[in-house]
Design a protein around this ligand. Sequence first.
Ligand code: V47
Ligand code: SF4
Length: 370
Amino acid sequence: MLNHNLEFLVSEKKLRDITNKILSNQRINQKEGLHLYEKAPISLLGFLANKIRKKKNGNYTYFNKNIHIEPTNICVFDCKFCAYSRMLNKKDEGWEFTKDQIIAKIKKHVDITEVHIVGGVHPKMGLHYFIDLIKKIKKIRPKLHIKAFTAVELEYMCRKAKVSYEEGLKMLKEAGQDSLPGGGAEIFDKSIREKICKDKCSTEQWLKIHETAHKLSMPSNATMLYGHIEEPIHIIDHMSRLRELQDKTNGFNTFIPLKYRNGNNQMSHIKEASIIDDIRLYSFSRIYMDNFNHIKAYWPMIGKKTTQILLSFGIDDIDGTIDDTTKIYSMAGAEEKNPKMSTNEIVEMIKNVGKIPIQRDTLYNVLKEY
Ligand code: V47
Ligand code: SF4
């Protein structure tokens, strides 16, 4: 029950009832979630989020040693928020790495445990191309965890190769792919999706692909793009659909809210969320996504300073060392133009807020405590 000395945080009866429900470990429903998200002061959200974080992860804050590979920025789709993709006919601004170039990049990074591979949807890089790439990576680094291809890329690959999601994912798994990243989810609500990314995989397809991966013992992550034209009700709807699938499969490792960045895209007129909005969204995620073990702040996108603040608002994971291998966010105007952090820097960032830095593998096994 709510301790008396907290009543100054929660004067309103409805909010107090919701708070008591959370404190007694009961799940809050969509209506309660919406009320909490819209009405609670961030001090209350932070308090509740931290309680949950502590119960799930103690004072541990996770990071991993990884690089990103973005094989191409050529893309057949036209998401309005994307600053990164180029059409095939604008090839001078695009890049296409060869498999040899990708292997050379991986060879340069000897101490990473994970490679994250996500790029544009190139009409000529299909399922068999990527199966071969994955085999080549596993040949030189059999133990490297390969987290690859958003549901958007997978939907296109499987459709073009005329195989079911299950067949396609099985082939990728046999080649050596270990898990799926969480991208491409954006916002599940149909009317918003129609306005920001109408030509790529649908909500139903995104959820089906992740469900199928979980069935094949390929875990995955989940994301949500926030801070553009969505309303609070769409955020609750998005999180509820993920929470429902997680109840069914328990295959998601982490939830990653992705803050919309407004540089160089077709929605640049939209103002970015404030830091208060970020804190509200992240701490609410920790409270509402009660069956997700981890909530990740992806630091190259949200910036180092905000990431550090979020560690005091329920966040227990900040992703990885990256080593300047991603362009998606710097092209969209994120603070980190050449994102890389040494292990020492990450450890310091976490220790500075009184948390315990843990180097993890992709599946959150502890590799080293600092
Ligand atoms: O789906 C694109 C987002 C995602 C913008 O699983 C933008 O560990 C903000 O999924 N502003 C791809 N976001 C990246 C992704 C990801 C990143 C880090 C870790 C993991 C993981 C997954 O990037 C896209 C889209 O939602 N995005 N443009 C933009 N202007
Ligand atoms: Fe293509 Fe992904 Fe950009 Fe959409 S977000 S245009 S699918 S690269």
